[in-house]
Write a protein that binds this ligand. Structure first.
Ligand code: IPE
Ligand code: IPE
Ligand code: MG
Length: 237
């Protein structure tokens, strides 16, 4: 699906929600919904590649999601490994740079290993930046930045002059522009501790579609809505 008349946001971020409800509607286990959701990820990546979107970030697993039943967490981690392995050739073919952002220390070793292999393999790719937010939360990000800044101050032996740019450079999203558009699927209208700092001036779009049903046409609707917004950043026009 190519779109010539529509202006593309530089960074689109998606809170992929509704897998469990989708599975329940089919009388299946929640994990079935997560598995089918991978096809929606593929569709969105393809749309982003076709339309020259520079950054697509996807909220795949929150710090809070560690509190879900063990079988679901293990299933999600296994799905991550399987998907990364399966998609690596496509990333190379489509010139996609793959990265994971989140609290890496809490990830199982095989997940970490496979992520790093894909990150290294795709590090020279110059097309779409695909960022999977895994074991991520907005408050975690702000706290880890503050902690590292405090350490840098100690090491420097003097106070570091902290402004917004300096603080941003300690966030896990360093170097990545703030999202222009945040999409959340499944009708939920909340941020769920996602990119709290980075979404300060992001446009929000809430889709009623459950993630496993989300297709290019649904992403296109969100981007068309974004095109109709006037971003004022506190000014008058
Ligand atoms: C989103 O779907 C995927 C993750 C949070 C890992 P959910 O699993 O939250 O699905 P619902 O919200 O229960 O339907
Ligand atoms: C947010 O969804 C996390 C991800 C989509 C990865 P949740 O389904 O976990 O959020 P809540 O619990 O409804 O706020
Ligand atoms: Mg949910």
């Amino acid at each position: 699906m190519e779109n010539n008349e529509v202006r593309m946001p530089c960074h689109v971020t998606i809170i992929m929600d509704g897998n469990g409800r989708w599975a329940k509607k089919q009388g299946k286990l929640r994990l079935f919904g997560h598995n089918v959701g991978v096809e929606s990820v593929r569709e969105c990546c393809e749309y982003a590649v076709e339309n020259g979107i520079r950054y697509l970030s996807l909220f795949a697993f929150s710090e809070e999601n560690w509190g879900r039943p063990k079988a679901e967490v293990e299933g999600l981690m296994a799905l991550m490994v399987k998907s990364v392995l399966a998609e690596r050739p496509t990333f190379m073919k489509q010139n996609v740079r793959f990265r994971v952002i989140g609290h890496r220390e809490s990830l199982p070793e095989d997940v970490l290993k496979n992520i790093e292999l894909a990150e290294n393999e795709t590090s020279g790719n110059t097309g779409l930046n695909l960022i999977v937010m895994l074991s991520y939360s907005g408050k975690w990000d702000i706290v880890q930045a503050a902690r590292r800044l405090a350490k840098a101050t100690l090491e420097a032996g003097h106070e570091i002059d902290i402004d917004e740019a300096v603080f941003s450079s300690y966030l896990s999203t360093e170097g990545i522009p703030d999202p222009d558009l945040m999409i959340r699927t499944s009708g939920e209208q909340r941020l769920s501790n996602y990119m709290l700092w980075q979404c300060a001036y992001t446009e929000f779009y809430f889709s009623p579609v459950l993630w496993p049903d989300f297709r290019k046409k649904d992403l296109d609707l969100a981007i068309r809505s974004f095109n109709s917004r006037e971003r004022r950043y506190g000014k008058t026009e």
